[in-house]
Design a protein around this ligand. Structure first.
Ligand code: PLP
Length: 385
């Protein structure tokens, strides 16, 4: 079996599984906010995890706020900035390729508080146009409440120039939220060096327990309480902490940190795989191939063959991938991200996303090449459009 949907969700890491097997049989269960010794031991464990994680992501422990994952983290940051923005700061700048959480939340604030949403341009490789961002920042100087642009796109794996974006935002004195869900624990990232004001991480993307994650805030006082309760997470996120989840986050990120050197091998193997599949089928298109991408992500299309058909074929080889096209009336539609990149339907309807991690790198790509080759050979005889 090859699980190739790490951008969707990563299976629990072996180190996390081993830890949980022992952890479940321990007697260490209590409310971390209780003052008895078991509660205090668990509380200290959370703080230790905060310290470990802060060392890995490049921030101070008190800049980290644990939560249930990125959708919550994103909602927390947007709420904190947009709900409390002064009336004259009514512009939000974003990109056309953000994860669905962002446009949905921004629509809410647009309707509720009258914000105007500006979108940056995008080049044909799926990279945010930095010159256009600067133009927007200049045009709306003093009126922009927030810039929210992701670090890595979940569909294409294309890296965004977030450090340059952060510099521009600093220059124009605008808060910058960078959705780092697909970068933290998957690629090189340092919060302080990034220059971002806020970032997020999701446990299920990094092989920790699902339902865990955190927000990082450069200036924690900019975060406002969004889940009322007791004083957990400095009163900003009420609710008894998911302490076992937090422990798995620290384990997963530590594992990532000690295996980071394998990312080069992953990127090399991906590159060989892409070259080989294009040699076999010259009509194949690799989205974003000319620009830096997250190691292990390939969005590949055989124009004229539905991505879903390829997905089903691969599944018959015990290989699990996704397509990014939404299906309506049995007709796949090019995703919003690909539309924003100017990808035509012929290519857009044909994409499958292959996203792997650093284990079994060579054999996974070798088997994928065989199975994808077989699938394309079979399906091209019955091209759908
Ligand atoms: C870029 C990006 N942001 C946010 C999310 C939402 O993350 P979560 O599932 O932790 O809520 C995802 C998940 O796919 C993502 O890829």
């Amino acid at each position: 079996m090859i699980y190739a949907d790490y951008n969707g969700s990563a299976p629990m890491l072996a180190v996390v599984r081993d830890y949980l097997k022992k952890r479940i049989d321990s007697d260490l269960y209590a409310n971390p906010n209780a003052i008895h010794s078991i509660g205090q031991k668990i509380y200290q464990g959370i703080e230790k995890c905060r310290e470990i994680i802060s060392g890995i992501v490049g921030c101070y422990p008190d800049q980290i706020f644990f939560n249930s994952g990125s959708s919550e983290g994103i909602s927390h940051v947007l709420f904190s900035i947009l709900e409390y923005a002064p009336k004259d700061k009514n512009i939000i700048i974003t990109s056309p390729i953000e994860h669905a959480v962002i446009p949905k939340a921004l629509k809410f604030y647009e309707q509720r508080r009258g914000f105007k949403i500006e979108k940056t341009g995008l080049d044909e490789n799926g990279v945010v146009e930095i010159e256009h961002l600067e133009k927007l920042l200049k045009q709306h100087q003093g009126k922009t409440a927030l810039v929210t642009i992701m670090a890595v796109n979940n569909e294409t794996g294309v890296m965004q120039p977030y450090e340059k974006i952060a510099k521009l935002c600093q220059h124009y004195k605008v808060d910058f939220f960078c959705d780092t869900t697909q970068l933290i624990g998957k690629g090189e990232f340092n919060f302080e060096a990034s220059g971002a004001d806020f970032a997020v991480c999701s446990g299920h993307k990094v092989g920790a327990l699902t339902g865990t994650g955190f927000v990082i805030a450069k200036e924690p006082t900019k975060l406002k309480s969004h889940v009322y309760g007791s004083s957990q997470e400095k009163g900003l996120r009420g609710g008894t902490q998911h302490y076992i989840g937090v422990e798995t986050l620290a384990i997963a990120l530590t594992d990532f940190q000690s295996n980071k050197d394998k990312l080069i091998a992953l990127a090399d193997a991906r590159s060989h795989f892409e070259t080989k599949i294009k040699n076999l089928f010259p009509e194949v298109v690799i989205i974003g191939e000319k620009v830096p991408r997250l190691a292990g992500t390939t969005l590949v299309s055989y124009p004229g063959i539905h991505g879903q058909a390829v997905q089903i074929e691969l599944e018959s080889h015990d290989i699990f991938v996704t397509t990014s096209a939404a299906c309506s009336d049995n007709q796949p539609e090019t995703s919003e991200v690909l539309k924003a990149m100017g990808v035509n339907d012929n290519v857009g309807r044909g994409v499958i996303r292959i996203s792997l991690n650093c284990s079994n790198i060579d054999s996974n790509y070798e088997n994928l090449l065989q199975a994808l080759g077989t699938s394309y050979s079979k399906l091209k005889k019955i091209k759908a459009f």
